[in-house]
Design a protein around this ligand. Structure first.
Ligand SMILES: NC(=O)N[C@@H](CC(=O)O)C(=O)O
Ligand SMILES: [Zn+2]
Ligand SMILES: [Zn+2]
Length: 426
């Protein structure tokens, strides 16, 4: 006996939304058709909702081990499936950081126990993410890492980054970079170095602190031939560098977050709430426009949330002292659908591709396609009901979002991972 996702809709290759039903049997997608004979199968009414491949987020902070007050693998994986994400890659800036095979195995075990989204751990590029000594890439690969990154901090030394890329290339592992040159930072800076910071008399985080690493690393990726991926791209100069790198044939990809697509520094409320503080910061209106252009012309390959939960106490410390980061898993799709698709900036097909097949292709993951024979990682989205974002309803422990109260359509109402129902609200 299988399960039919009945009375749904799908997006066809031409980008049209058409009626469809999906049969799931033995953890796989067994059939997709306008109507499927119920024939003793379990039948779920999707009420016209959009049936999509489950979303993939290559940039998530799960905080376990070490900071379980912010998030655990279980709460983060529950937040993921509630947001329609069936695969999430988790960042290594935990305590200890994911710099040993033992920590990789610990995370994989916790993810198995949580039994929600697929969790793919990153390994750190350098031991304790200190930028001094490379980790054991072969050992981390053997333990099952997704890719290598020091996210949370930039790899400061070009020489260290080049060595990492050479070794990663040999082993067939991707290098994923948080691009930030510390020598260009002013201590205590929390906002983009632009007119808004200046008006408040505050020091800023300049765009070049990001883009100088993007440029440096693209040159090193060209030299070494490694697959190089830029995290949370935010500055227009970085977009230009990635575009030029792609044109030159470099194996470079990048991601952008929902918040950098939807917000800019001018939107930050006058009282500068710390839920608007994240790294990289919300940049100028022109940067935001360049990110949207980058999405449209294929320079930007995917959307990733950079889900970064922190406690309310930590965020209450004021703009200068509060940690950087906002949550994203449970708000990404409704925000993007409402503010980019319904406004006519992106088509629904483009948005879905940026959350499914595009990250899958960039990182050679066997997920992200709604097709017969694929693993049944599926999400169903109610595109019609409007609801306000309510942080109190989050499955995540993190409530730190600047989007509280925003009215959105596009709520994920059902999620399956390998044919297992892991979220249902329909
Ligand atoms: N993005 C953030 O503002 N914060 C991230 C770190 C990171 O992604 O660099 C975190 O770990 O909290
Ligand atoms: Zn980062
Ligand atoms: Zn991050």
């Amino acid at each position: 006996m299988g399960t039919i996702l009945g009375n749904g809709t799908i997006i066809n290759q031409a980008g049209e939304r058409i009626p469809a039903e999906v049969l799931i049997e033995d953890k796989k997608i067994a059939a997709i058709a306008v109507k499927i004979d119920r024939d003793g199968h379990e039948w779920i009414d999707c009420k016209g909702g959009l049936i999509s491949a489950g979303f993939i987020d290559v940039h998530v902070h799960l905080r376990e081990p070490g900071q379980e007050q912010k998030e655990t693998i279980a709460t983060g994986a529950a937040a993921a499936v509630k947001g329609g994400f069936t695969t999430i890659a988790c960042m290594p800036n935990t305590r200890p950081s994911i710099d040993s095979a033992e920590t990789v195995r610990y995370i994989l075990e916790k993810a198995r126990e949580a039994n929600r989204a697929r969790v793919l751990p990153y390994g750190a590029i350098t031991i304790r993410q200190l930028g001094k000594e490379l980790t054991d890439f072969a050992g981390l690969k053997e333990a099952g890492i997704f890719a290598l990154t020091d996210d949370g901090v930039g790899v400061q030394s070009a020489g260290m980054m080049k060595k990492a890329m050479q070794k990663a290339k040999e082993l067939g592992i991707s290098i994923v970079a948080h691009c930030e040159d510390d020598t260009l930072l002013t201590p205590g800076a929390a906002l983009h170095d632009g007119e808004v910071a200046a008006r408040h008399g505050l020091p800023g985080i300049p765009s070049e602190s990001e883009s100088i690493h993007v440029g440096r690393d693209i040159l090193l990726a060209e030299q070494t031939g490694v697959h190089y991926h830029v995290c949370h791209i935010s500055a227009k100069e970085s977009v230009r560098l990635v575009r030029d790198g792609k044109r030159a044939g470099v194996n470079v990809t990048c991601e952008v977050t929902p918040h950098h697509l939807l917000l800019c520094d001018e939107d930050i409320p006058e009282d500068l709430p710390s839920n608007w503080k994240m790294n990289p910061p919300l940049r100028s209106r022109a940067d935001r426009q360049a990110l949207i252009e980058g999405l449209k012309d294929g320079t930007i390959d995917m959307i990733a949330t950079d889900h970064a939960p922190h406690t309310a106490e930590e965020k209450a410390a004021g703009l200068e002292r509060a940690p950087f980061g906002i949550v994203g898993l449970e708000t990404a799709f409704p925000l993007l659908y409402t503010h980019l698709v319904l406004t006519g900036e992106l088509t629904l097909k483009t948005l879905i591709d940026l959350l499914t097949v595009k990250p899958a292709e960039s990182f050679q993951l066997p997920y992200g396609r709604l097709e017969v024979g694929a693993d049944a990682d599926v999400t169903v989205i109610d595109l019609d009901t409007e609801k306000a974002i309510d942080p109190d309803s989050f499955a995540s422990k993190g409530r730190n979002t600047p989007f509280a109260g925003w009215k959105c359509k596009g709520w994920p109402v059902l999620t399956m991972v390998a044919g297992r129902l892991v979220h249902r609200d329909v």
